[in-house]
Design a binder for this molecule. Structure first.
Ligand code: T4K
Length: 381
């Protein structure tokens, strides 16, 4: 038997990642696999897929939902479904998939700066970026905090633009009891392994009515309307039955997982409350947040820079992440765009230089969280 000190050392050596997929007990998944083996329906709109579309729509409080193989293909398809072209206004402070989905549709991204308080597209900067070629706005509910949906909708209505929300981080988020996913023309979710709700890989488009869902369903299945009719140049974006089964099982556990995330976030909040140079995201009143991420803002007055803190944590085996650094607009395929010029995006750049996303996931051990909080607090002295 090892002395207690040695055991503590082992704990301190265990790597901690920014996230860990939420996995329900394996034995609960086996009955789904047994059904699947018996039915031999593996994909193409099988029974688990159909059931998950209904159950998820009910859980999320949305009208219709079309499941996808991942969030990126869902974004690409959402743009296709609304026949978006020309220029689309979007945020540089996001995962690359947001802007890439535009390029895959031959659309020019137009980057607009973000609000430093929310990390979301700043509505006050949108109108000046609109040109005759603008057809849509593609905002992101970054870290699950809602965009200013009312102001964005007013701008869209004034200029006749569509709004597609990249809601990859916004699973289950509600404002004053209503789902944030019902805003805009479409919203797109990701069910990637690293997300609040995972189906290994997966995604969905939230649709306001059955007609647009029908078009999306055709588009994700090569454009097939029936065995012999192809109505559009569709893609293969279907969710398979193993992922759909995982989704059904995850639905039974997701509330508990969300509660645990909230408790972990509260511990971070308490720990950093007295350090003015460190800030966490503030959820507005009436928000049911999902705590998808825990971005810590390392202010310029903090004794240690964000990058130094990142390196220090890494040295201790804590793999926090700098989401979203570098800015999407600084990648080679975007930086030549006029809207990608750093002087147009000062707030996004400051966030990219200051934010470090701390580990947050239901199985994060209290002792690991305490350890990493201790390391961060030491840099404040
Ligand atoms: N829009 C937005 C705003 C998004 O954030 C994303 C995805 C999308 C669209 C596109 O949705 P998807 O097409 O992915 O459905 C991760 C995810 O791959 C990506 O889904 C996510 N955003 C992005 C923010 O983060 P990476 O490159 O940071 O992932 P990776 O592999 O480094 O994983 C992070 C950590 O998670 C690892 O250090 C360990 C842990 N991990 C990861 C995986 C994949 C596990 O423990 N198990 C795993 O299976 O992009």
């Amino acid at each position: 038997m090892q002395p207690l000190g040695a055991q503590d050392d082992m704990i301190s050596q265990r790597p901690v990642f920014v996230t860990e997929p939420h996995l329900p007990p394996l034995q609960e998944f086996i009955p789904y696999l047994e059904k699947l083996w018996a039915s031999k329906r593996l994909t193409n709109g099988g029974p688990f897929h159909e059931q998950l579309e209904k159950e998820l729509a009910a859980y999320l409080g949305v009208q219709h939902l079309s499941l996808f193989s991942n969030g990126t293909i869902a974004l690409v398809t959402a743009l296709q479904a609304l026949r978006i072209s020309g220029e689309v206004i979007t945020t540089p402070y996001t995962f690359v998939a947001t802007a890439h989905s535009l390029i895959w549709n031959n659309i020019k991204p137009v980057f607009v700066d973000v609000d430093p308080g929310t990390c979301n597209l700043d509505p006050a900067r949108i109108e000046e970026a609109i040109t005759p070629a603008t057809t849509a706005i593609l905002p992101v509910h970054c870290y699950g905090l809602p965009c200013d949906v009312d102001r964005i909708q007013r701008i869209a209505d004034t200029y006749g633009l569509k709004v597609i929300y990249d809601a990859a981080h916004a699973f289950g988020v509600k404002q004053d009891g209503a789902s944030i996913l019902n805003h805009g023309d479409l919203s797109v979710l990701s069910f990637h392994a690293t997300k609040v709700f995972n189906t290994f890989e997966g995604g969905a488009i939230i649709c306001p009515d059955a007609k647009i869902k029908q078009r999306i369903d055709y588009l994700k299945n090569f454009g097939f309307a029936d065995e012999v009719t192809v109505v559009a140049p569709g893609i293969n974006g279907k969710m398979n039955e193993v992922s759909a089964a995982m989704g059904l099982l995850q639905l039974q556990h997701v509330d508990q997982a969300l509660d645990t995330r909230a408790a972990i976030h509260r511990r971070y909040q308490d720990a950093f409350a007295d350090v003015p140079s460190l800030r966490l995201l503030q959820a507005p009143a009436g928000l049911e947040w999902n705590h998808a991420y825990c971005p810590l803002f390392v202010g310029p007055d903090h004794p240690v820079s964000r990058d130094a803190l990142y390196a220090l944590l890494k040295k201790h085996g804590i793999h926090a992440r700098r989401y979203f650094y570098p800015l999407v607009s600084s990648f080679p395929m975007y930086r030549g765009l006029p809207s990608a010029a750093p002087e147009h995006l000062p707030h996004a750049q400051a966030l990219a230089d200051q934010v470090i996303c701390l580990p947050i996931y239901p199985t994060l051990r209290a002792e690991d969280q305490e350890r990493l909080i201790g390391i961060i607090l030491q840099t404040a002295r």
